[in-house]
Design a protein around this ligand. Structure first.
Ligand code: ADP
Ligand code: MG
Length: 360
């Protein structure tokens, strides 16, 4: 079992930084996604780990062994790209067995392991086909089989599903999780799709412009983002400014919210739109505020309402509540929005923690 440790990883292309001072530990058997917009340095990071590129500075360590000078093929890693890059002249079975051949495994053993691996990726009986006779999804399954058959310590996946359509992508996500459960391989997945990172990962390393911004569980990234940019990347839409005195956060002259977190002075805070609950009538409670429905959008899974607090006040403040589609409110209707005290999250400075953050 392996542990990957990246220290101060740094790489520039012709003086332009692609990866800057990246520190990250990945535990044995863990699934970590490297998430971020296109061009932020995800693929470069993976290529540095795999040894396809060498870093300008920094250390890459696997199981306590420094790999900087170890060639790619001796790193006990496998890399799967967006398109599997299978050998076109070899059969599917030979493609899967290729890594074993390189390692000197005999023919009988190779064929046996290749067949078993194809069965694991649900391509039993495809061994004699050529790569040109496969669909995109099947080719990616062969690429996965080919990578896993050599039992790597670390499996690196660089946007392996981004060329597939949505239904197939979900099916492949399940297959990757299933293969992970069967093999226990440590897995690093690169994706620009936050929903993919959320369903796939134990932890997500969010990256912008060559730097890690926050490393956290999917839940923490949703509920405790380190800053507004992170919150927005994770689909956050509600941003408030307030004057805080400990757990009392004043957002307008009349509206003071109670939070489970303490803060002082001028703050910015967020709340996930799914965590706000709406009621047609008021009842005695903290954090229950009247608001008017100004927009109502049905998405199938949810109803996304835009609400405004004190529209006549000096500080018109709007926010979104995403509610179950079985609930509905009309535009123009006054509703009572409940903002749970434990769902109000005040941004701290950029934090790179795996533990829940303490708010100042
Ligand atoms: P991502 O995978 O997140 O989309 P990359 O790691 O591919 O990002 O690229 C990070 C940055 O480095 C980008 O600005 C990209 O243009 C640049 N870059 C990547 N590879 C090269 C290269 N071979 N030569 C010059 N610049 C490169
Ligand atoms: Mg990339």
């Amino acid at each position: 079992m392996s542990q990957l440790r990246l220290q101060n990883l740094t790489k520039s292309f012709r003086g332009v930084p692609a990866v800057q001072d990246l520190w990250l530990d990945i535990r044995s058997g863990e699934i970590v996604s490297l998430l971020g917009p296109s061009g932020c340095g995800k693929s470069t990071t993976l290529q540095l780990i795999a040894g396809i590129r060498s870093p300008d500075a920094g250390v890459i360590e696997l199981d306590g062994k420094i790999l900087n000078r170890v060639p790619t093929e001796k790193r006990d890693m496998a890399l799967v790209l967006q398109r599997g890059l299978l050998f076109p002249h070899l059969t599917v079975g030979e493609n899967v067995a290729f890594g074993l051949k390189m390692r000197g495994v005999n023919r009988v053993e190779r064929e046996q392991q290749s067949r078993a691996m194809l069965q694991q990726v649900q391509l039993e009986g495809f061994g004699d086909r050529k790569p040109s006779e496969l669909s995109g999804g099947q080719a990616q399954r062969v690429a996965l089989a080919r990578s896993l058959v050599i039992r790597p310590k670390l499996l690196l996946l660089d946007e392996p599903l981004s060329a597939l359509d949505a239904n197939l992508r979900e099916e492949m996500q399940s297959l990757i999780l299933q293969l992970h459960a069967q093999t226990g391989v440590t897995l690093m997945l690169v994706t620009h799709d936050q929903s993919e990172a959320v369903v796939m990962s134990d932890r997500i390393a969010l990256m912008f412009e060559g730097r890690l911004r926050q490393v956290a569980t999917p839940e923490q990234l949703y509920q405790q983002p380190c800053d507004e940019l992170t919150a927005r990347f994770m689909g956050g839409v509600n941003f408030f400014t307030a004057t805080a005195q400990d757990q009392q956060w004043r957002i307008t002259q009349d509206v003071i919210l109670t939070s489970h977190n303490s803060a002082q002075g001028q703050i910015q805070f967020t709340i996930r739109p799914e965590q706000i609950q709406l009621f047609p009538e008021p009842f005695p409670s903290v954090n229950l505020i009247p608001a008017i429905v100004v927009a109502n959008r049905f998405t199938g899974m949810q109803r996304r309402l835009t609400l405004q607090i004190s529209p006549e006040g000096s500080w018109p403040c709007s926010f979104q509540a995403w509610i179950a589609p079985t609930q509905n409110f009309a535009i123009g209707q006054t509703v009572w929005a409940y903002l749970p005290p434990d769902a109000l999250w005040c941004f701290a400075e950029s934090v790179l923690e795996t533990e829940p953050m303490n708010v100042v």
